[in-house]
Write a protein that binds this ligand. Structure first.
Ligand SMILES: [Zn+2]
Ligand SMILES: [Zn+2]
Length: 187
């Protein structure tokens, strides 16, 4: 498969993550390719289970993908949709974590990540985990402690912070913070 096709498929997925859904016309306009090409890309993505074609467009498969293997890769807790963290590897394997706490630990130990996604705690959809904002150590202990919740929009995280406390961090900072805490516990 030509490299450009793979890149485009990846970009289509990113586009769908940002927008939730897209019409064929949208994608044709955004990627400047033919109708046929978009259909072919979407067929491939659909076969791989990432998207669902409907109404002359495509939607991202989220909830339906959550039925199988719903155990956290790190702590073996069942995974709830609301706090899901998903790591997709380059070899097509998919690993799930119960919340951003385990998810960030998982993310930091996997070398060949293709894509990693986290559930926006407020809005319920998944967002790209390196663009998300994380609130660590709030009073809302939903899953693992210290609690880590992710938000796609900074304002949402700020609003949450005012109600429940905690510290707002980028993914990079959150991973460092968690590793620091783990070392402190081991010492
Ligand atoms: Zn876990
Ligand atoms: Zn957890």
């Amino acid at each position: 498969m030509p490299r450009t096709a793979i890149n485009r498929e990846k970009k289509i997925l990113e586009y769908l993550q940002d927008h939730g859904n897209a019409s064929i016309q949208d994608l044709v306009a955004v990627f400047d390719v033919s109708n046929m090409t978009i259909h072919r890309d979407l067929d491939k993505l659909e076969k791989a289970g990432y998207v669902q074609k409907k109404h002359g467009g495509a939607v991202l498969v989220e909830k339906t993908a959550l039925t199988g293997r719903n155990i956290c890769e790190m702590c073996r807790k069942p995974v709830a949709d609301r706090t899901l963290f998903l790591v997709k590897l380059e070899n097509g394997e998919e690993k799930r974590a119960c919340c951003a706490h385990c998810g960030l630990m998982l993310h930091s130990r996997e070398p060949n990540i293709w894509q990693s996604l986290t559930a926006d705690y407020l809005r319920g959809h998944v967002v790209s985990s390196n663009q998300a904002v994380y609130v660590i150590g709030s009073e809302l202990n939903i899953c693992c402690v210290p609690s880590v919740l992710s938000f796609g929009v900074r304002e949402d995280a700020e609003k949450f912070l005012r109600g429940f406390g905690g510290t707002m961090m980028t993914m990079e900072q959150a991973i460092q913070q968690l590793h620091g805490m783990m070392h402190a516990l081991e010492a």
